[in-house]
Design a protein around this ligand. Structure first.
Ligand SMILES: O=C(O)CCC(=O)C(=O)O
Ligand SMILES: [Fe+2]
Length: 284
């Protein structure tokens, strides 16, 4: 079934200022102080995984989340209080991936995969990003569309590939035009679920600046999709929810947002869990 931008708007909740400036500063410090071996370098970003590792059978071998996620600030509790995880197995996120992106870094289109209850809460710190959501092309359209590997960065990847780099194997063709583009302000959370989680891919483009087309109708008349050089400009679908004054002006009237280093906290509930040392027990 065709998803429209309008019905996809039910599949996300964008909350600006979910984290205070003092909390943001503290979190960025704690994350940067994390010992080197905890960091993993992957294609175009580095990451830390908290809550345990997902092993065979999509089962999480659980480890406690660190105090900077549970005690100060009480981020996990705050996310659970949004009700987004009310129907999930543990009613709260139990797994957090922290990604760090320098300007020009991003993440290729992917799905988050079957290990998780289909809700994800992503907190942004330090810089904005633009999240684009893409649909798969139906077989009939994809046969006449360019092959995925002729469209840079537009190859479907499985959840496993997210952590090991792009793969062209088993790729389905993706519509290069996003169905939804959301601006994520620093300190905001974006919670996605439903069709957006289950039927679409998401990505962050590998650019140093995001070109934005003004969302207000007067600004859109005569707007073109192409920015200078190879950059492409996008209209931001959550433009009415942007709080920062400068970003608010840009999303309303058009302009450029320069990326800085962004740290994201991707919080999810891994449905199957197991404690170390108790094989076959504690499947909750
Ligand atoms: O860093 C982000 O905001 C997105 C990360 C992501 O999509 C993932 O870890 O699956
Ligand atoms: Fe993801």
């Amino acid at each position: 079934m065709e998803s429209t931008t309008q019905n996809l708007s039910k599949s996300y909740q964008y909350i600006p200022n979910f984290v205070t400036e003092a909390e943001e500063e503290y979190l960025l410090r704690k994350i940067s102080e994390t010992p080197q071996p905890k960091w993993k370098n992957v294609t175009n970003r580095r990451l830390q995984i908290w809550g345990g590792h997902i092993g065979p059978g999509n089962t999480l071998i659980t480890q406690p989340l660190p105090p900077f996620l549970t005690s100060y600030p009480k981020l996990i509790e705050r996310i659970a209080a949004t009700s987004a995880f009310d129907e999930s197995t543990h009613k709260t996120p139990n797994h957090v991936i922290i990604n760090e992106y320098k300007p020009g870094e991003g993440i290729m289109p992917h799905e988050d995969g079957p290990s998780y209850y289909p809700v994800v809460a992503t907190i942004s710190l330090g810089s904005h990003a633009v999240f684009h959501y893409h649909r798969y092309l139906p077989e009939t359209e994809s046969s006449s569309a360019p092959a995925p590997d002729t469209t840079p960065g537009m190859v479907a990847s499985s959840s496993r590939d997210v952590f090991t780099g792009p793969s062209s194997q088993g790729g389905r063709a993706i519509d290069p035009k996003p169905v939804l583009s959301l601006l994520l302000e620093p300190r905001s959370v974006i919670i996605t679920s439903g069709a957006l989680y289950k039927e679409h891919l998401h990505c962050i483009q590998e650019v140093k600046e995001d070109w934005i087309i003004g969302a207000e109708p007067a600004e859109r008349a005569g707007a073109t999709d192409a920015g200078p050089d190879t950059a492409t400009a996008y209209r931001i679908d959550n433009w009415e929810s942007i709080e920062d004054e400068k970003m608010r002006t840009v999303v309303r009237t058009g302009g450029v947002l320069e990326r800085a280093t962004r740290v994201s906290l991707t919080c999810r509930d891994v449905e199957k869990t197991r404690k170390v040392g108790l094989p076959g027990f504690g499947n909750r």
